[in-house]
Structure formats: C-alpha cells, structure tokens
Design a protein around this ligand. Structure first.
Ligand SMILES: C[S@@+](CC[C@H](N)C(=O)[O-])C[C@H]1O[C@@H](n2cnc3c(N)ncnc32)[C@H](O)[C@@H]1O
Length: 266
C-alpha cells in the first residue's frame, strides 16, 4: 500500500518531533518523513498517517515513540570526520596539558560512536588518561556504539598508525568486521541523553564535541543549548562544533580560538 503524508499531517508530526527532540523539520522534509514512517504504518496496517500519529500520542511512553525517534534521526558519521579537529587536539591542545591529569570528554550526539572511538585513539596514542562519554537520543544507534563492532569498510578513514595499534580484525563469524582494543573501549561509556533534557545529572568536562547536530535545531534551541553545554565545560576546556556550523557569539563564556573550536574563558 502507498501512503501519502499530507501537509496537515506533516505539521502534527513536525510539532511532536520538535517537542520530543528539538529537531526542527521544514516542509522540504515531507517526503523524507513519508518514506521513513511508511514502514510503521504497514506494520500496524494503518490506513493513513493520522492513525499512526494518534497511536503515538495515545502511547506516549511506549516503545513506539522511541522507535519513531530512531527513524526520524539522521545518524551519518565516520571515523576521523572533520579531521582538522583531531589534528588540532593532537598538535595544539594536548601538548599544553599535564599527562597525569584525567581528561573527561563528552561526545554529545555521538551516533554509532565513531567520534568517541576516534577521540579514544588520539588520546591513547598520546598516552593520556581519559574517560569518554558518548550520548545520543537514538537507542538503536547507541546499541551499535555500545557493541563497538564496525564493518571493515568503515576503517578506511582511520590512519594506518592507529589501525595497526588499536584495531582488531574479526575472524570466522566476525570476518569483515573490526573492533577496538580493550584499552580504548573500556574507557568509553555510551548512554541515552536527550540534549533538550536537564543537564544537572552531568559532570563537567575538559572537552566537549557537539558536532553536526545543531543543524537540525532552530536558532533559539541552538543558543540555549550552547549556553547550557558551555556551563558543563571546565575553565580552559575546549568546545568543538561541526565545521559547517556557526555560532552567533552571544556567549561571553567562550572564545573562538580556531574556526569551529572554542575555549571556555578562565
Ligand atoms: C549527524 S549525527 C552526528 C554524529 C557525530 N557527532 C558526527 O559529527 O559525526 C547527529 C546525531 O544527533 C542525534 N540527535 C538528534 N537530536 C538529538 C537530541 N535532541 N539529543 C541528543 N541527540 C540528538 C541523532 O540521533 C544523530 O545520531
């Protein structure tokens, strides 16, 4: 059965998505939403999108809402994505820090974990003591991050010095996959965290990566999020945003030190 998402139905979903995730969808995303949600309508044998919307609304706490969020998020990521950030860390920032101090790092909106594992490789190589928290709103994608097993094709972006030292090729039933050395994976912790939730339960961090997620938010959400997130950054700590993203600097607590890299003022 072919389903068509009408404009009035799209608006219902748009408001629900904004409320639950802060993701701000514009009308250009109608067919994307139509395609992604159609399988749920087929699953329940609903005859239109309004029936699915009502089902979601009547089961606010059900697994379906999480499944819905899993379907509407875009989880594109890769190892060493936007590599100048990792070069900056390795060449400019880490050499200024004491090695015996433990670094607390947050990969906010970590998707399947590639960003967090990349940070792990860089810190391990430079012999730092560290702990990395990866968080995301999609339970489905977090399962992949926790598993930490990746198809071998994804290793293509990992420089050979890291591949040789930290990546373990799977054998037999794990043929075609790789995972990371325990000394990295045991320092990573992945958990569900919605960026529009209260931040009180979080510790403070030396480094925060918030990359390629703010593109889905409106300006008000971005401003509030940057304000709250930089409250969680230690003085002198670094804050990274996506290289194609911009911050309107109303925030007096941080200073840009390189494009898309900010330092929390002392
Ligand atoms: C495009 S990925 C970015 C992954 C990684 N940071 C990178 O740059 O490669 C965006 C991620 O943001 C997550 N996300 C979207 N809205 C969120 C929210 N309100 N709270 C937490 N994560 C969210 C999505 O589930 C998705 O995995």
């Amino acid at each position: 059965m072919e389903y068509r998402l009408r404009e009035n139905e799209f608006l219902l979903f748009k408001n629900l998505i904004y409320d639950k995730t802060s993701i701000n969808l514009d009308k250009s995303k109608i067919s994307l939403l139509e395609n992604r949600l159609a399988k749920r309508l087929r699953h329940y044998e609903f005859s239109n999108f309004k029936e699915y919307f009502d089902y979601l609304n009547n089961h606010q706490n059900s697994k379906e809402l999480q499944l819905f969020i899993d379907l509407i998020t875009t989880n594109e990521t890769s190892f060493f994505r936007e590599n100048p950030h990792f070069e900056f860390l390795e060449q400019k920032h880490l050499p200024t820090l004491e090695k015996n101090k433990k670094l607390n790092i947050w990969s906010a909106a970590c998707s399947s974990g590639e960003e967090a594992y990349t940070l792990g490789m860089v810190l391990e190589k430079n012999k730092f003591n560290y702990e990395i928290l990866g968080t995301d709103i999609s339970e489905r994608i977090l399962e992949s991050a926790k598993k930490g097993v990746f198809p071998i094709e994804r290793s293509i972006k990992i420089p050979s010095k890291y591949l040789k030292e930290f990546c373990l090729k799977g054998k037999n039933e794990m043929e075609g996959f790789f995972k990371f050395d325990k000394k990295i994976s045991e320092k990573l912790n992945f958990k569900y965290f919605n960026l529009n939730m209260n931040f009180d339960s979080l510790p403070t961090f030396d480094i925060i990566f918030l990359r390629n997620v703010m593109i889905y938010f409106d300006q008000k959400t971005k401003d509030e999020l940057v304000f709250r997130i930089t409250n969680k950054l230690k003085k002198g700590g670094l804050f990274f945003i996506g290289m194609a993203e911009t911050l309107i600097e109303k925030n007096s607590k941080i200073k840009m030190i390189s494009p898309s890299i900010y330092r929390k003022l002392e």
